[in-house]
Write a protein that binds this ligand. Structure first.
Ligand code: CTP
Ligand code: MG
Length: 230
């Protein structure tokens, strides 16, 4: 199967969670969020290497976690940057040169399933760049800075974007290098390709694949996992 390399950005501070430390060490069903996330790729036969990117002060805790969980596809635990984009760029560099297809997945998305991940890999095989997204449930309006409503966007053409995002290595590296030289920052990796004018394919994601961001998300994630285990 595919010789995919995974980059897991986990170098954030978890400010919106307000735990006082990196939210990825909080537990769900007794296991750290980051262990759930990495564990999925560890189990996948499509994955040959995993890089975890952590904040400098978290690196030793991540090393311990990798050790205690007996993960053996981790080729590097590297130091992240100020922005997520800097962290991903550092992670990509740490993958072996034999890896030509890369998946970026947030450390804070522990609810992706192996089935959904494999479906994603299958559906995106022919695209140099592809991402997961889900239909938005709310009506979304564009406003100006004063709060005046400018327009209602057509919901059928809107997607809430998730990770995993998959890329041919050359394209991803090129996008990160160019964005870094230009000082351009996007909120996900696909936006760097969009900025370059490179096509990105959207495929259907899973609603359960939430990013654990606030305390309510933690509660919801725990409930979803508990349901799966019964
Ligand atoms: N991330 C990263 N490096 C950064 C910032 C974020 O690797 N400099 C990672 C986070 O650890 C997380 C993912 O990118 O897995 C998505 O970011 P987010 O959910 O915003 O996490 P945090 O930045 O930690 O949270 P907050 O924005 O609330 O501080
Ligand atoms: Mg953040």
């Amino acid at each position: 199967m595919a010789n995919i390399g995974i980059v897991i950005p986990a170098a954030g501070q978890g400010k919106r969670m307000g735990a006082g430390y990196n939210k990825q060490f909080l537990t769900l069903m007794g296991r750290p969020i980051l262990a759930h996330t990495v564990g999925l790729f560890e189990e996948s036969n499509a994955v040959s290497e995993i890089v975890i990117v952590g904040a400098e002060g978290d690196l030793s805790v991540i090393e311990e976690l990798v050790h205690s969980q007996r993960f053996n596809k981790i080729v590097a635990i590297c130091k992240g940057g100020v922005f997520r984009q800097d962290s991903v760029r550092a992670g990509v560099r740490a993958l072996s040169t034999t890896i030509q297809r890369i998946v970026v997945h947030d450390g804070a998305r522990p609810l992706l399933t192996l089935q959904a991940f494999h479906k994603f890999i299958d559906e995106t095989q022919e695209y140099p760049a592809a991402i997961m997204g889900v239909a938005v449930k709310d009506t979304i309006k564009k406003i100006d800075i004063a709060g005046n409503v400018l327009e209602t966007l057509p919901r059928e053409l809107l997607r809430a974007v998730q990770t995993p995002q998959i890329f041919d290595r050359g394209i991803l590296e090129d996008a990160h290098d160019r964005a870094a030289s230009a000082g351009y920052y996007g909120t996900d990796d696909a936006s760097l390709l969009e900025w370059m004018g490179h096509p990105v394919q959207m495929v259907e994601g899973m609603q359960e694949n939430i990013k654990v961001t606030t305390p309510e998300d933690l509660w919801l994630a725990e409930r979803i996992l508990a349901t799966r285990e019964t």
